[in-house]
Design a protein around this ligand. Structure first.
Ligand code: 5GP
Ligand code: ZN
Length: 116
């Protein structure tokens, strides 16, 4: 599944350049273009789903979530701590409608909700 208008599909396909952090046959992880934290990596499924509630099959959901720990280790924040954010639709200010997991860390965060 690929949406020709979707920038994250284009990143997955290599049509838009990105800085790769991790990949396997199910997911692609890359650095956010405008990092909000010292560590700010995005993880996307290779297939296009609009958001986390868009009927992602169980196995693809599992691969997406398994990649979180992988990315946290690769970025060196697995022990110090990190935050996982999945903005969904308008109230959460989702701007790219290809589901993506933000992995944020590398500095002390507030204990309130992030406002990404
Ligand atoms: P959202 O607000 O949808 O949860 O997050 C979208 C994220 O994608 C933002 O943090 C934004 O900086 C990032 N982003 C948007 N366009 C690009 C791009 O072309 N390349 C990369 N690496 N990140 C992008
Ligand atoms: Zn897409």
């Amino acid at each position: 599944m690929h949406d020709p208008e979707c920038i994250f599909c284009k990143i997955v396909e290599g049509e838009i350049p990105s800085t790769k952090v991790f990949e396997n046959e199910h997911v692609y992880a890359f650095e956010d273009l405008n990092p909000m934290m010292p560590v700010h990596t995005l993880i996307v499924p290779r297939n296009h789903y609009r958001n986390i509630a868009d009927g992602i099959p169980d196995d693809e959901m599992a691969h997406l979530m398994q990649a979180v720990g992988e990315v946290a280790r690769l970025k060196g924040v697995a022990e110090s701590g990190f935050r996982v954010v999945i903005n969904t639709n308008d109230d959460a200010c989702q701007t790219v409608h290809h589901v993506h997991v933000h992995v944020l860390g590398g500095a002390q965060m507030n204990d309130g909700n992030p406002s990404l």
